[in-house]
Design a binder for this molecule. Structure first.
Ligand code: 3PG
Ligand code: CO
Length: 555
């Protein structure tokens, strides 16, 4: 059993109010015209940077530093917030699925055995994001799973694709569809009845998160389960080509479509006796669909039909809800997170963001665990996000409201830690709209100022950092860093995250004079932040945590 008691820090006092600010998608990169953070008016973040290397530095936020398979893997909010909150580096979903596929263990687990029972008489449906982004899913994993399932008796397979353009370049969906169509054709040659049955853009179909807009999930349900969509095509390639040509449509926002046979009927509705796998490993944007597929009682939208299926997630998406109950690969066992420790040690905690990032500073921060550790000690506030719009239309989002809530929580003196996520630079950066992203960065900077001002008033401490890069680089580059041009000579907009490091700054009147960043953790990453924050609360971090970034020198 865990001893929750943390040792007192030998030099740092307790009782300071600490603001922990996570700027989502705010990396450090060369200052040029595609660096929206550089272009934007961001006096607060600029002043932190100009301060002093003792109180501002960079930390790693991608690749192995956050538990991803390779150094070519950009960071993302799930792994970033997991590392920030847990203080240790866990092999993440992407990696765990790779290992399970490589060893074949994925086929020996309970989840696969469960769905396999449907292979003789039912169809196997695979639903998820089709790209090589590696954030929610990965193309090569889908390819292996298709092959592996067919080799193990799946006779009829239907793939329900969600096009990306957010973790990968817009327009790349065509190439992913072509690739997977080849695989499906090969399976057909081997006698497996395999084809794409439906599709839609990830931001418009199925992959909503944190219950921002259930109509997104409903569109997916209608296409995937009911076999109904406003657009019908004979092939997915044709669907993507035709729909992308419509005004305002891109990969992220492709309208839902179904593939129909000669008779004009959907080739793959989900019916009684079928097996379904949602192949995203990341939880936030698949857990709503998982609820719709699994819960007997469900009132978020009219499912019309609730087929009796065998359903498994690639991973279990929520360990607290045990959802879904069947899964192919066990999720990382993230336990003893800093949030749980601090609550046990008397730290009253406030966490806030707007809907689209709310689970990042709660669920992801707490090791993919929903709910409070101790409701008497914690308050989590969600500010409703705008829904039904792309965030370049409202680039300020709810930054001001988040700043105000945090300010009020700090000034109330009812909390020891006030933690927020400011989504702007990420959510607007993902739209690829450079002008709007500049506005977004400015709005986030203003919110940081509000929080820092409040910390000033109560004599507290601030820790300002980010979970991964995004807005600091909005163009696809070649190896030497020059913007890549497409065949028409236009720059290729980068909607995705980056491999860049992120800043971390500490300060405030409560910061003891001798506290400074150590110089002997040059490769420090997001996982080093938890021990750092624990120190600032007056505690020594557990010995298996990644080391702290700070030291206290005698003045
Ligand atoms: C998304 O889900 O919006 C993107 O795939 C990743 O963004 P996030 O990791 O910043 O949430
Ligand atoms: Co993002």
């Amino acid at each position: 059993s865990t001893s929750w008691k943390l040792e007192d820090h030998p030099k740092l006092e307790k009782g300071k109010t600490i603001a922990v600010v996570v700027l989502d998608g705010w990396g450090e990169a060369n200052p040029d015209q595609y660096n929206c953070i550089h272009v934007a008016d961001t006096p607060t973040m600029d002043s932190l940077k100009k301060g002093n290397p003792d109180t501002w530095r960079l930390v790693r936020a991608h690749g192995k530093a956050v538990g991803l398979p390779t150094e070519d893997d950009m960071g993302n909010s799930e792994v970033g917030h997991n590392a920030l909150g847990a203080g240790r580096i866990y092999a993440q979903g992407a990696k765990l699925v790779d290992l399970a596929l490589a060893s074949g263990k994925i086929y020996e687990g309970e989840g696969f055995k469960y769905i396999k029972q449907s292979f003789d008489t039912g169809t196997l449906h695979l639903i998820g994001l089709l790209s090589d982004g590696g954030v929610h899913s990965r193309l090569d994993q889908i390819q292996l799973l298709l092959k592996g399932a067919a080799e193990r008796g799946a006779k009829r397979i239907r793939l329900h694709i969600l096009t990306d353009g957010r973790d990968v370049l817009d327009g790349s969906s065509l190439q992913f569809v072509e690739t997977v169509e080849k695989d499906l054709a090969e399976l057909r040659e081997k006698g497996v009845d395999a084809q794409i049955a439906s599709g839609g853009g990830r931001m418009y179909v199925t992959m909503d998160r944190y219950e921002n807009d259930w109509s997104v999930v409903k569109r997916g349900w209608d296409a995937q389960v009911l076999g109904e969509a406003p657009h019908k095509f004979r092939s997915a390639l044709e669907a993507v080509k035709k729909l992308r040509a419509e005004p305002k449509v891109n990969d992220q926002y492709l309208p839902p479509f179904v593939i129909v046979g000669e008779n004009g009927k959907s080739v793959g509705p989900i019916v009684d006796g079928d097996a379904v796998v949602t192949f995203n490993f990341r939880a936030d944007r698949m857990v709503m669909m998982a609820k719709a597929l699994e819960y007997e009682d469900f009132d978020k939208f009219d499912r019309v039909r609730f087929p009796k299926i065998r359903y498994a997630g690639m991973l279990q998406y929520d360990g607290e809800l045990k959802l879904p109950s069947h899964y192919l690969v066990s999720p990382p066992e993230i336990e003893r997170t800093s949030g749980e420790y601090l609550v046990h040690n008397g730290i009253r905690t406030f966490a806030c963001s707007e809907t689209v990032k709310f689970g990042h500073v709660t669920f992801f921060w707490n090791g993919n665990r929903s709910g409070y550790f101790n409701p008497k000690m914690e308050e989590y506030v969600e500010i409703p996000s705008d829904s039904g719009i792309t965030f370049n239309v409202q680039p300020k989002m709810k930054a001001l409201e988040i700043g105000e809530k945090a300010r009020d929580a700090i000034l109330s003196r009812k909390f020891d830690q006030v933690r927020v996520n400011l989504p702007n630079s990420d959510m607007v950066g993902h739209t690829g709209d450079i002008e709007a992203t500049v506005v977004a960065c400015k709005a986030a900077d203003e919110a940081v100022k509000m929080i820092l001002d409040a910390i000033e008033q109560v004599g507290g401490i601030y820790v300002v950092t980010a979970d991964h890069g995004n807005a600091e680089d909005m163009v696809k580059r070649n190896k030497s860093g020059q913007p890549l041009l497409d065949k028409n000579g236009n720059i290729q907009i980068l909607t995705s995250h980056t491999l860049q490091p992120v800043p971390i700054a500490i300060g405030g009147p409560g910061l003891a004079p001798g506290v400074r960043f150590r110089k002997d953790v040059p490769d420090g990453g997001l996982a080093n932040v938890a021990a750092t924050v624990m120190n600032l609360h007056g505690f020594v971090a557990p010995s298996d945590y990644e080391t702290t970034l700070i030291e206290v020198v005698d003045n």
